[in-house]
Design a protein around this ligand. Structure first.
Ligand SMILES: [Zn+2]
Length: 131
């Protein structure tokens, strides 16, 4: 259900932005997704479709852009990009501590790529709002 709650959050945020701009229909939602969110793009798109049903977001295209994750090591001070161990299923990797690529310590903190952000939405704007 990880992807569903993320999809709902994207829908809520996009709807709020669309309404404040008097949009009548949203056509595209651009989202940057951090690597460490462990969101599966296909799952996210599928859940977005469900969550947006019956709203002005229905039928909108969800454009996902992957953002690299960043790691900070408490042992050796390394900070930088870190690759997710693809041999571990995402469901488990999301809860397992990330290992430092330099010293292999598990005493690490995630400092980037742990969130998803709506960068912008494309919408049709009503010229004269009745409201
Ligand atoms: Zn380290």
């Amino acid at each position: 259900m990880h992807e569903f709650s993320a999809a709902c959050s994207i829908v809520d945020t996009a709807l709020a932005a669309a309404k404040s701009n008097n949009a009548t229909k949203v056509t595209v939602v651009n989202v940057e997704v951090g690597e460490f969110t462990f969101l599966v793009p296909e799952q996210l798109e599928f859940n977005f479709e469900i969550a947006s049903k019956g709203t002005i977001l229905e039928g909108a295209e969800l454009r996902l852009k992957k953002v690299k994750g960043e790691l900070k090591c408490n042992e050796c001070g390394f900070q930088g990009e870190s690759k997710v161990d693809t041999s571990i299923p995402p469901q488990i990797a999301a809860f397992a501590p990330m290992k430092c690529p330099k010293c292999r310590s598990s005493s690490t903190e995630l400092v980037g790529g742990t969130d998803f952000i709506i960068t912008n939405i494309e919408a049709e704007i009503q010229a004269h709002s009745a409201n």
